[in-house]
Write a protein that binds this ligand. Structure first.
Ligand SMILES: NC(=O)c1ccc[n+]([C@@H]2O[C@H](COP(=O)([O-])OP(=O)(O)OC[C@H]3O[C@@H](n4cnc5c(N)ncnc54)[C@H](OP(=O)(O)O)[C@@H]3O)[C@@H](O)[C@H]2O)c1
Length: 279
C-alpha cells in the first residue's frame, strides 16, 4: 500500500532530495513549504505523487490551517519528517515574538509533531527529526533570554536549536513509549545543499563548508535510513559513519546534554508552557 509522508521545507536542498527518493520508493509526499511559488515548482518537478501544501512554521495560524487540511485530506500518515530549518540567521523576531531560528527549527517541530500525533497513531507512523553536527558545539541548556538579543549570535543559536531538536526527539520518544508511534533522529553531516546560507557567514567558515561538504546523496542517506528502518530509537542519531561527515550511514551518540533527563524535562516544560501545547 502507498505510504504517505509529510516533509517540511521540501522545496529545495535536503528536503527536496528526500522527497524525490521517497517518491521513487512509492510514497506519496506532502511538500510542506512556506512559499507558494517554490512549493508549486517542487510539485511540478516531483510529479503527481507529490502535493504542495502551504506551511509557515514561524506562524501558528499557518500551522493550524496546515494541520486542519491534513486531518481532512490525509487521515493516515506514515511519516512526518521535520526537515525545515533556518541556518545562521541574524537576530529576527517572528510575528509571535520568538527568535526566528528557535521558532522554526525547534518550536515548529514540536508543534507539528504533537498536533499530528493522532494521524500518526492511526498508522503506527514515525516522526523523523533532523538535527546537526552543530548540536555538539552547544555547551549548555539555555531557557532565558531566548527571544532577546542578549548573548545572541547566529552560530551559537543555530547550535542550540539543534541540541533542542535532539533533546525533543529523545524526550518525545520516551513519552510515546506506550503509543504506536516511533521517533528517530538523523543528521546529514555537512552537505552541498548549504548553498542557501546567508552571506554574513565568515569567510573561514564558508571555506570550511566548501572543503568538507559531501554530496547530497551522502547527506540524505542517514535520513532515509531513519525513515525506512523499522526498529528505530531516538537514543542515537543516524549520521554518516566517518566522524559524522563521510561514508555510509551509521549511528552515533547525541551531545551528552541530550541524555540528561532533568535538562530534557526542563526544556519540555518550558516549551509546553510557552506554546500552550503538551501531550
Ligand atoms: N545542509 C547541511 O549540511 C545540514 C547539516 C545539518 C543539518 N541540516 C539541517 O537540515 C535541514 C535542511 O537543510 P538544507 O541544507 O536543505 O537547508 P535549505 O536548503 O536552506 O532548506 C531549508 C528549507 O526549510 C524551509 N524553511 C525555512 N523557514 C521555514 C518556515 N518558516 N516554514 C517552513 N519552511 C521553512 C526553506 O524554505 P524557503 O526555501 O522558503 O526558505 C527550505 O525549504 C535544516 O533544518 C538544517 O538545519 C543541514
Amino acid at each position: 500500500m502507498t505510504k504517505t509522508a509529510i516533509i517540511t521545507g521540501a522545496n529545495k536542498g535536503i528536503g527536496l532530495a528526500v522527497a524525490k527518493r521517497l517518491i521513487q520508493h512509492d510514497y506519496r509526499v506532502v511538500l510542506a513549504c512556506r512559499n507558494t511559488e517554490k512549493g508549486l515548482m517542487a510539485e511540478k518537478y516531483l510529479g503527481p505523487s507529490s502535493k504542495f501544501l502551504e506551511l509557515d512554521l514561524s506562524d501558528p495560524e499557518s500551522i493550524q490551517l496546515f494541520v486542519q487540511k491534513i486531518k481532512s485530506d490525509y487521515s493516515n500518515l506514515d511519516i512526518l519528517y521535520n526537515n525545515a530549518g533556518l541556518i545562521y540567521r541574524d537576530f529576527e523576531l517572528t510575528t509571535e515574538g520568538y527568535e526566528s531560528m528557535m521558532s522554526v527549527n525547534y518550536f515548529g517541530s514540536y508543534r507539528l509533531s504533537l498536533m499530528l500525533l493522532d494521524n500518526l497513531i492511526n498508522t503506527s507512523g514515525k516522526i523523523v527529526q533532523i538535527s546537526s553536527l552543530s548540536m555538539y558545539l552547544a555547551r549548555k541548556l539555555i531557557l532565558e533570554d531566548l527571544h532577546t538579543q542578549k548573548s545572541f549570535s547566529p552560530s551559537s543559536r543555530y547550535n542550540l536549536t539543534n541540541l533542542y531538536r535532539s533533546m525533543f526527539a529523545l524526550e518525545l520518544g520516551n513519552r510515546l513509549v506506550d503509543v504506536p508511534v516511533s521517533v528517530s533522529v538523523a543528521h546529514p553531516g555537512v552537505t552541498k545543499s548549504r548553498q542557501s546560507r546567508p552571506h554574513n557567514v565568515k569567510r573561514i567558515k564558508k571555506s570550511f563548508y566548501t572543503y568538507f561538504s559531501t554530496n547530497i546523496q551522502t547527506g540524505i542517506a542517514p535520513i532515509l535510513k531513519a525513515i525506512e528502518e523499522t526498529d528505530v530509537s531516538p537514543h542515537h542519531v543516524y549520521a554518516p559513519r566517518i566522524f559524522g561527515f563521510y561514508g555510509k550511514p551509521s549511528t552515533m551518540k547525541h551531545n551528552k546534554i541530550v541524555y540528561n533527563k532533568e535538562f530534557r524535562t526542563s526544556l519540555w516544560s518550558y516549551t509546553a508552557k510557552e506554546l500552550n501545547l503538551d501531550l
